[in-house]
Design a protein around this ligand. Structure first.
Ligand SMILES: [Zn+2]
Length: 341
């Protein structure tokens, strides 16, 4: 058995907007799903850390943080689809602090893996603005915390949400200490993340984008992970692997049209778990991003947690009802060519 720490965003129900898909039930179904498979009560829940100002301002511009806090004071929208409430500022700080707490426990070896149910989500939040339902970039804050407070020097963030993690990419675009990899549906929101976007300045070659068409499915993800992502990680040699996870890749998701199954997600995380065991001192931490179908949330949350603790598990929703496309093979071939793999 592997050890696990969890973070639950206490009070997160105060961040909600009538009819909006980014709603509190998304986290609650994962909690209940983990209760069903006896994982929730077996592993410790961590409290969010109080983050030094310098950590937050290394990730987001001071001006944006002020805008976010003021918008939250008034419960205003940040853009057409990104809402705040009076509690959102504090809840966003808590989620970032919870992400840092989970990353710290894994870094320190107190646990081999971590699963942070971060909400509000973070991976679309750029240095200068919140967007795509995201306020503070939780996984980026967790990485920066390890660098500034723990002396980490080499971190990889793998984004397995349906959408491109444009915010995380922008934050670390010019840097070598945090490499970023994203597999995402394209063309799709937010429109970024093409194969040729590989980082800038000192960070050139430290960002990897793997855009694939809707309908790609389990085989696409598992093949890209084993044939492209793992060789990239082998080269970068991170001390810890952080994963942005969205269950919007599941075939039931109402926003996306990726065809992943719970079983496919379980297999993907098992593969990554084993890679972390062999290559980065068994340090693996997962952070919740998107995902909008509640049944998919329950099952995918179970798939992730069961793979993290090496527990057997059955996918009650089964495979996608429609056949998988294979246009993703272009991305496989092109990415291998570009990256010399
Ligand atoms: Zn998403």
């Amino acid at each position: 058995m592997q050890s696990l720490v969890l973070y639950y965003p206490e009070g997160h129900q105060a961040h909600q907007f009538p009819g909006h898909p980014e709603r509190p039930d998304r986290v609650e179904v994962i909690r209940r799903g983990l209760e069903e498979i006896k994982i929730w009560d077996q592993y410790p829940l961590l409290e969010p850390l109080d983050l030094r100002e310098e950590i937050l301002t290394s990730i987001h511009d001071r001006e944006y943080l002020d805008i976010l806090q003021q918008a939250s004071d008034l419960g205003q929208m940040l853009d057409m689809d990104t809402y705040t409430t009076r509690e959102s500022w504090q809840l966003a700080l808590n989620a970032a602090g919870g992400a840092a707490a989970v990353a710290e426990a894994v870094w320190d070896g107190k646990s081999q893996s971590g699963f942070a149910l971060t909400r509000p989500p973070g991976h679309h939040a750029t240095p200068s603005r919140g967007m795509g339902f995201c306020l503070i970039n939780n996984v980026a804050v967790a990485a920066e915390y390890l660098i500034q407070e723990k002396g980490a020097s080499t971190i990889s963030i793998l984004d397995l949400d349906l959408h491109h993690g444009n915010g995380t990419q922008d934050i670390f675009w010019n840097r070598q200490d945090v490499s970023f990899i994203s597999i995402h549906q394209a063309p799709f929101y937010p429109g970024t993340g093409s194969l040729s976007d590989m980082g800038g300045e000192d960070g050139e070659g430290y960002t990897m984008n793997l855009p694939i068409p809707g309908g790609s499915g389990d085989l696409a993800y598992l093949t890209l992970i084993s044939e492209v992502v793992l060789p990239f990680l082998d080269q970068k040699k991170p001390q810890i692997l952080l994963i942005s996870f969205g269950f919007d890749t599941h075939w039931r998701d109402p926003l996306g049209s990726m065809q992943l199954s719970g079983a496919g997600i379980h297999k993907a995380f098992e593969t990554l778990r084993h890679w972390a065991e062999d290559n980065c001192d068994n340090r693996l931490a997962v952070f919740l991003e998107g995902g909008y179908d509640l049944e998919a949330g329950r099952v995918c949350g179970q798939a992730v947690a069961a793979s993290l603790v090496d527990q057997s598990w059955k996918d009650s929703l089964g495979p996608a009802p429609t056949p998988e496309g294979d246009a993703w093979r272009n991305t496989l071939a092109e990415s291998k060519r570009i990256w010399g793999l």
